[in-house]
Design a protein around this ligand. Structure first.
Ligand SMILES: Cc1ncc(COP(=O)(O)O)c(C=O)c1O
Length: 446
């Protein structure tokens, strides 16, 4: 039986739900990444490292809520904090005592964050960060990396997917109209050419210290240091999008591990412990341009921070419980995740090689992505390499479904480990990748 037939036979209830959803939502989904052929799997409940679907199968989860759940699904301390917060009402739309508690924790862990604001999504956080950069400098141009995903705001929805060019679709202005240009991740010379072309007009540069959706590709330290120098020299604002990387590899940011300090940082995902959150902040003098108390008419502050649900009691409670849970586990958690992640990346590559399917695993710490190669060249350091050297379409089609058939839910051929993915889960994951690689070899030409 083919990969897709096996999956269809095992998931009739998911298929039925998807048919219903397709009549009501474009593509049957509210987030494109959740849709895949022939139909998405519909979870019923999740706990720890696993979820159960509506057809009664249990899967090991690698997606972990878009990489948000570093302490696992239904983490007990977050559950308890939510239950306590619910008793007080879950939406006030007013300032909340807990916002100070959360802000103190974040600022302690991220020293470059002198002031911050809290919103409900990462998309808002990066959108406001680039607006602050423009407002602070009075300049129009924002540079972003080709292959970088910062959420779907109109400001930054350019060159996200292969072939990494231009607006992501109709309905968006052109890059030029939006004041955006692209830099090549990890390519200093090409980046400097773009910087030169906009000399004097650059408000800021936004980049992930490890490209996330674009391939889990860590930046070279020298590349980040170059961006820092460029921003200093041009008087531009350096923004690190750490929505995936923040609190993922250490209790703090990846930037601090690199020793390169941005002017602004965006956080989300892990920080919220599974509740909606976005955080943006950094140098006080930049953040203060948004202070409504300081702008006397006719001057106006930079407008950041709408959001009916910003700083809602549930997100604050979930975030505080998560950060405390991470702090309590300390370095040991991150060391364990690092060890398992490295073993997984190596083990997956070995299993694919054994099946005769050339593949490379990128990533760092508890994050990994599997790329199926077109040829012998295994050098994958940038989104451009992924576009040229890999068969990117297979990751979220055949590979996603083959892994589901063997009890694993992965996105882009990989995902993230949590504290609940222990050594026995690691063995089960590697067995599933081995079996999926054999299935791929049987069905596709490599
Ligand atoms: C690096 C990065 N920035 C921003 C976002 C947007 O965050 P959200 O989905 O919470 O709006 C994402 C989401 O995947 C992301 O990976």
């Amino acid at each position: 039986m083919s990969i897709f037939e096996t999956y269809r036979n095992a998931t009739p209830r998911s298929a039925e739900l998807y048919r219903d959803a397709s009549a009501l939502f474009p593509g049957g989904v509210s987030h494109n990444l959740r849709r895949f052929f022939p139909h998405p799997v519909y979870p019923r409940a999740a706990a720890g490292a696993r979820f159960t679907d509506v057809d009664g199968h249990t899967y090991l989860d690698l997606w972990m809520g878009h990489y948000a759940l570093i302490l696992g699904h239904a983490f007990p301390a977050v559950r308890a904090a939510l239950a306590a917060a619910l008793d007080g009402g879950w939406h006030w739309g007013m300032v909340a005592p807990a916002q100070v508690e959360l802000a103190r924790r974040i600022c302690d862990a991220v020293p470059s964050m002198e002031e911050l604001r809290i919103c409900s999504t990462g998309t808002e956080a990066t959108m406001y960060a680039v607006r602050l950069a423009r407002g602070f400098t009075g300049r129009p141009v924002v540079l972003k990396a080709a292959g970088g995903w910062h959420g779907a705001s109109s400001d930054l929805s350019f060159a996200v997917k292969s072939p990494f060019q231009g607006a992501e679709g109709p309905g968006l202005l052109t890059q030029r109209e939006q004041g955006v240009d692209l830099i090549s991740f990890n390519d200093p010379e090409a980046t400097l050419r773009v910087v030169e072309a906009h000399r004097g007009k650059i408000a800021g540069i936004i980049v992930e210290p490890m490209i996330g959706a674009g391939g889990f590709l860590p930046a070279d330290r020298a590349y980040l240091a170059l961006l820092r120098e460029v921003c200093d020299e041009q008087g531009a604002v350096l923004i690190f999008d750490e929505i995936i990387t923040g609190f993922r590899f250490r209790y703090g940011t990846l930037a601090d591990a690199y020793g390169v300090t941005p002017d602004l940082t965006a956080l989300g995902k892990v920080v919220g412990g599974g509740l909606p959150i976005g955080v943006y902040g950094g140098r006080r003098e930049i953040m203060e341009v948004a202070n409504p108390a300081l702008a006397a008419p006719p001057d106006r502050p930079v407008l950041v921070g709408g959001g009916t649900f910003s700083c809602n009691p549930l997100s604050l409670a979930g975030a505080i419980a998560t950060l405390d849970g991470l702090k309590e586990r300390g370095e040991a958690l991150y060391t364990d995740l690092e060890r398992r992640g490295a073993a997984l990346r190596q083990g997956v590559e070995e299993r694919f090689a054994a099946a005769g399917v050339p593949a490379v695993c990128t990533g760092k710490g508890s994050l990994f992505m599997t790329h199926l190669l077109k040829g012998e060249d295994r050098g994958i350091a940038s989104p451009a390499d992924i576009a040229v050297k890999t068969r990117a379409e297979i990751k979220d089609r055949e590979l996603r479904v083959a892994l589901l058939n063997h009890g694993v839910f992965a996105v882009h051929g990989g995902g993230s480990l949590s504290s609940e993915h222990g050594d026995s889960e690691l063995v089960a994951l590697l067995d599933a990748y081995a079996a999926a690689a054999v299935d791929l070899k049987g069905e596709l030409k490599f």
